[in-house]
Write a protein that binds this ligand. Structure first.
Ligand SMILES: Nc1nc2c(ncn2[C@@H]2O[C@H](COP(=O)(O)OP(=O)(O)OP(=O)(O)O)[C@@H](O)[C@H]2O)c(=O)[nH]1
Ligand SMILES: [Mg+2]
Length: 229
């Protein structure tokens, strides 16, 4: 059993996936790793590049960021799970700090906080405002101090997964995961990270995804969400 499963969702990320896998490997040289890409029908060289770099491809034909993560988590075998986007935005070099917090039992779930020290130009103004609206909603609905509710760079012990009720298939999965971690009473730690400008085309529809995420936060708060299959 590997120590760490790195799970990366991909959909047409040939411009960056190779460099992301290289960064992950050099950051985690001291750890026994498996790298899984969960791929939804990439029509470019994403899968070939990932295989050439020693990653395992887990196909997930149904679209959705949350769907990809649920499939990836089910396929992971490591003691720890670590995640990030395939677009070179998140600094894999910080994974050792994330894993140290878990291994030293300072936290049960670690999330990268992109917003505390955001470099100029890493996010558009709209993207930033959208994030802040969602963060204010998250903090007030869930009475928590979460700084970056939409971050997608996480590390946690795989053994906590059965305690989390994860149902969302889309972009709201990111906030749902954090809600579930906090509700289950796990210790949630945010580490400030340096977010970078995306390589390749984005896959989100900013306004409709942000509106959907806001609705989901409210629905989840009152329990108006689908049951687990
Ligand atoms: N397997 C799979 N991966 C997806 C899907 N949608 C997005 N992704 C991946 O999930 C990650 C996040 O998507 P992004 O387009 O980067 O979304 P974002 O980070 O919210 O937006 P940016 O800030 O513009 O990067 C990327 O690695 C995508 O390739 C999907 O339907 N299936
Ligand atoms: Mg991204």
């Amino acid at each position: 059993m590997p120590e760490v499963s790195v799970v990366i969702p991909t959909m047409n990320e040939e411009a960056s996936i190779g460099a992301v896998i290289d960064e992950v490997r050099s950051a985690l040289v001291d750890w026994d790793l498996e790298i899984l890409i969960v791929d939804t029908d990439s029509r470019d060289r994403t899968r070939d590049i990932a295989i050439a770099k020693g990653a395992r491809v887990v196909p997930e034909p149904q679209r959705g960021y949350g769907r990809a993560y649920k499939t990836g988590f089910a396929a992971a075998t490591g003691t720890f799970v670590a995640t990030l986007d395939a677009d070179l935005t998140y600094p894999a070099s910080r994974f050792p700090d994330f894993l140290a917090a878990l291994a030293e039992d300072r936290a049960d779930f670690v999330s990268g906080d992109r917003l505390s020290g955001l470099p100029d130009g890493a996010m558009t103004g709209m993207h930033r405002v959208g994030n802040e609206i969602l963060n204010i909603a998250f903090r007030s609905l869930y009475d928590s101090g979460v700084r970056d509710s939409q971050s997608g760079m996480w590390s946690f012990r795989r053994s906590i997964l059965p305690r989390l009720r994860l149902v969302h298939d889309g972009m709201a999965f990111s906030e749902e995961l954090k809600v579930e971690v906090i509700r289950a009473g796990f210790r949630f730690l945010e580490i400030p990270i340096a977010y970078r400008v995306r390589v390749g085309d984005k896959k989100i529809r900013s306004v409709s995804d942000a509106t959907g995420n806001l609705m989901w936060l409210a629905r989840k708060r009152v329990g108006w969400v689908p049951r687990l299959p």
